[in-house]
Design a protein around this ligand. Structure first.
Ligand SMILES: Cc1cc2nc3c(=O)[nH]c(=O)nc-3n(C[C@H](O)[C@H](O)[C@H](O)COP(=O)(O)O)c2cc1C
Length: 201
């Protein structure tokens, strides 16, 4: 057996966090199947309340699927985003969480939504989405998470046969990065001193 210093992995992860940026221009080259598989597998390794796992992912590739997606969900994205060869739509199912928490070990049989301090179904889908964004960096890809505007949600459901108990939280465009310039956000990043409160606000 051979050993590597544990710090190597830490540095790699820090590099993924540091390099992750929203990419808004893509080369049309397809994303290799192994990368698609890893994006999705990692997405399902995130935490979920009560291990409810109320997430689903619609994977769209090829002109027929992508044209149908952009026809309903073009919303707030630049034209360069539409070159992306892959779009993944992460979805939340509140129903799966309510079912899970109605089971004997949780006991919320009234299914009262007032019990939930925040919508954990969306929290967990957001965590899964960050795993997709970070895995994209680790695979040498770029990605953009963007919102699907409310008016587009029903047309999106109809176009792709998405059941009513699954709600898209947005979409992730993935592909090889074709940006030539990057926004420098460093001056706008809020400092820790502004956002962190030690011990008391
Ligand atoms: C909830 C959420 C919604 C967003 N919606 C959009 C969007 O509709 N269109 C877009 O181009 N970027 C969108 N973004 C990307 C943000 O603009 C971006 O994350 C932010 O400017 C910081 O840049 P960075 O992610 O490259 O560090 C969204 C990000 C989040 C987290």
């Amino acid at each position: 057996m051979s050993w590597v210093p544990a710090t190597v992995r830490t540095v790699e992860f820090q590099e993924v966090v540091r390099r992750r940026r929203m990419v808004r221009r893509f080369r049309p080259d397809p994303v290799p199947e192994a990368s698609v598989e890893r994006l999705l597998r990692n997405a399902t390794r995130g935490p979920s309340a009560g291990f409810s796992q109320g997430q689903a992912f619609l994977v769209l590739r090829g002109p027929a699927e992508l044209d149908a997606f952009w026809a309903v969900a073009s919303g707030a994205v630049d034209d360069g985003v539409r070159q992306a060869p892959l779009v993944i739509v992460p979805m939340s199912s509140k129903r799966i969480y309510l079912d899970r928490y109605a089971r004997p070990d949780k006991g919320w049989t009234d299914r009262d939504e007032a019990r939930w301090p925040v919508p954990f179904w969306h929290i967990d889908t957001g965590m899964a989405t960050l795993l997709i964004l970070q895995t994209a960096v680790d695979e040498g890809l770029g990605a953009l998470y963007f919102g699907i505007v409310p008016d587009a949600v029903e047309p999106f459901r109809r176009a792709f046969g998405v059941p009513a108990d699954h709600e898209p939280i947005g979409a992730v465009a993935v592909g090889y990065d074709a940006e030539t310039q990057r926004r420098d956000l460093s001056a706008r990043r809020r400092p820790l001193s502004e956002v962190v409160h030690y011990g008391r606000w």
